[in-house]
Design a protein around this ligand. Sequence first.
Ligand code: GFB
Length: 424
Amino acid sequence: LAIHVNFLLSSEDRDDTNSYEPDSKFKVVVEEAKAPRYLLYDVNPGEGFNLRRDVYMRIAVLVQNLNDAAPWILVLPPWSRLYHWKSQDVGSQDMIPWSTFFDLPSLRKFVPVMEFEDFLKINREPVIDELYYLQNYKEGWDKWEEKMDKRPCIMNPYNFDSKNKLWYGWFFGYNDEVAARKFECISVMGHASIFKPFLLTNTSARSVMLDRAETVLHDRYGDSVFWKVRRSMRFSKQLRDVADAYRKLHLNSTDEEDKTVLDDDWINMKRNHGDARGGAYLAVHLRRADFAKVREKDVPSLKYAAKQIKKLSKQQELKHIFVATDAPLEEYNELKKYLKDYKVHRYEPSFEVKKKYKDGAVAIIDQWICAHARYFVGTKESTFSFRIQDEREILGFSPDTTFNRLCHEKDKTCEQPTRWLISY
Ligand code: GFB
């Protein structure tokens, strides 16, 4: 399929409409050469980067399932204007391709994917054939059952242009250029692959987009397929290199010493718990900003966070503390004040790095540094912390050093995160 994708990218005058009736000998050939179809998706605009990564996994598994029956390519939704990307001095943070953040050849070892820009190049016009807006059932539900139905829209952010008979909307920030030919709402309760029969038999459109794709669940959370797609989501080499250089310079941490060397191909990489040692630092993901307001009961005060960090560093006999946080500088400085007996580090990107790779990349660099620490402690229910935990599972850390979180001062039980252990 990877070869197929490359072929498609260079073919400009493809015509897949079979205008003749193939005889039986021919039929096999025609069907084998069937042109691929394209699945696009988008997510609720308010969602952050790491929940979006989770939705990618759900859709990638659906596309892998579709490929059992017919060739489908997942079109990656460009990254545009995420709520948490606040830097003003880095130029546009719109329409960022996936290759800025992720290693596409690695993704393609799980499922055929293509950038949206490439899809636009090979599509004859900037029009998506069918667009479905996913929603819940208006009446709510008493018992959970797998179902989907075309329903009137509860909410509809798309507009119909009656002159050219096309639907316009956000389309990842390409709102002036891209449109859809058909638009409908679907109420759905179920796993992502509930769409498999629908996409294979109820529509023959070449390109289909599912908006609000977070509405569907993972087919199976935590099984080996889940971990395959997760393992395929390697960060781009350029960002890993920046993070590795920081680790080496400031934290004296290298893969060879710390036993975190990556195999070139994730498919061959299998680690046992405890194989990885990690750099001699304790990493903290301290989620603040909107999270501290929305989840006030879960986020400790800076003073109480520092108290927990100190205790853990002492237990682990670590003198260096790496802090990944979205806190403003004053808050970070306050935290540092409480940790004055330790060497506290925060990744500060150079202006060049920030301008080139933007806020999304700085967050990835923070995650990668946290993933390589000897001990990690995160924030309750932050998907940013969850993704660091997965990364550490992939690298082969002992779960005791990974599934830890800070607690609010009033949280007396301080229950630690569920251990979602890797499965091969
Ligand atoms: O990734 P994310 O979905 O995690 O969203 P949560 C948080 C975003 O904030 C990240 C920035 O993608 C980053 O852009 N951010 C958070 C950080 N922590 C750090 C950090 O340590 N370093 C850097 N550089 N950036 C949910 C959101 O966030 O929180 C929801 O998905 C909602 O939309 C909810 O806002 C309250 O799961 O933590």
